[in-house]
Write a protein that binds this ligand. Structure first.
Ligand SMILES: [Zn+2]
Length: 239
C-alpha cells in the first residue's frame, strides 16, 4: 500500500473500485465540468510538468515532453503529492523508447521501491500503487506510452497538447489517439480516466518553434544563429 495514505482515502478507493468494478473495462473520458478534482489543481500540476523540462533538461528541449506523477489520494496536501517526474530522454541516452512518459514511469518505480526513500515498497506493492496515481503530461501520449500507461494501471492520465497538434506543427507521430488505445485496452485490469486539453494554450508553444523558425522561443531561450534551434539564453554575466 502506498504510504502515506489516510484511512479516508483507502475507504474512498475501495468505494471507487466497488463502483466501477475491476477488469470489466469501463473507460471514462471525463469532461472538465464533471472532474472531481478542481481545474485549478489540474492546471497546477500541468505547469509542474512544464517546469520539469527546465528542471531536468532545459526550458526549450526539442522534444518538450515532460510528465509528473501525482498521488491525489494523499490528503496531506489538498493539491495531491508529487511522487516523481521525468522528461524525454531518448536523445540523451540513445534509447528511442524513453519518451517522457516512459522515463517518468521508470523514475517512479525507482522512487516507490527505494529502500531509503519515502515509500519503500516491494516490487509487487509498487505495481499495485500505480492504480492510485495520476500522470500529467505536456502532450498526448503516443500509442507506445498510452499502452504503457494502461499496463501501469494509472488512475488517470491528463495531457495538454494533442497528437493532432503535434502533427500539425511538424512532429512525426503515430496517428492513433490515446482514447483509442485506452478503448482497446479494456481487457486489462482497472481503468484509467483520460482527461484531454488541460492548459494546451500553455503547452502548445513548447511544440511550436521546432519547425517554424519565426515562432518565438519559450521563455529563457533564444534562436541559435546557425541551426536556428531554440537554446538556453546566455545572460550577460555568463559571457
Ligand atoms: Zn510516447
Amino acid at each position: 500500500m502506498l504510504y502515506p495514505l489516510s484511512i479516508l482515502a483507502l475507504v474512498l478507493l475501495a468505494l471507487i473500485h466497488t463502483t466501477h468494478g475491476n477488469g470489466d473495462g469501463q473507460i471514462s473520458a471525463t469532461p472538465h465540468s464533471s472532474d472531481a478534482i478542481p481545474y485549478e489543481t489540474r492546471v497546477y500540476w500541468m505547469r509542474r510538468a512544464i517546469s520539469a523540462l527546465a528542471e531536468l533538461d532545459s526550458p526549450c528541449p526539442f522534444a518538450a515532453f515532460g510528465s509528473v506523477v501525482v498521488n491525489h489520494t494523499d490528503t496531506s496536501d489538498p493539491k495531491g503529492k508529487l511522487v516523481c517526474m521525468g522528461v524525454n530522454q531518448a536523445a540523451h541516452v540513445g534509447n528511442p523508447t524513453l519518451h517522457g512518459e516512459m522515463a517518468t514511469i521508470e523514475n517512479c518505480s525507482k522512487v516507490l521501491t527505494d529502500l531509503d526513500g519515502l515509500y519503500r515498497l516491494s516490487p509487487s506493492e509498487a505495481l499495485k500503487a500505480y492504480s492510485q496515481l495520476s500522470l500529467y503530461t505536456t502532450a498526448e501520449p503516443c500509442p507506445m506510452c498510452a499502452s504503457a500507461i494502461r499496463w501501469s494501471g494509472f488512475a488517470e492520465c491528463i495531457y495538454g497538447t494533442s497528437i493532432e497538434t503535434l502533427i500539425n506543427r511538424g512532429f512525426g507521430q503515430i496517428s492513433i489517439p490515446s482514447q483509442e488505445v485506452f478503448a482497446e485496452s479494456t481487457k486489462l485490469p482497472g481503468e484509467t480516466v483520460l482527461i484531454a486539453d488541460v492548459l494546451a494554450n500553455e503547452t502548445d508553444p513548447y511544440f511550436s518553434w521546432q519547425f517554424n523558425h519565426s515562432y518565438p522561443c519559450p521563455k529563457g531561450c533564444e534562436r541559435g544563429s546557425r541551426d536556428k534551434f531554440c537554446k538556453l539564453q546566455v545572460t550577460d554575466h555568463e559571457l
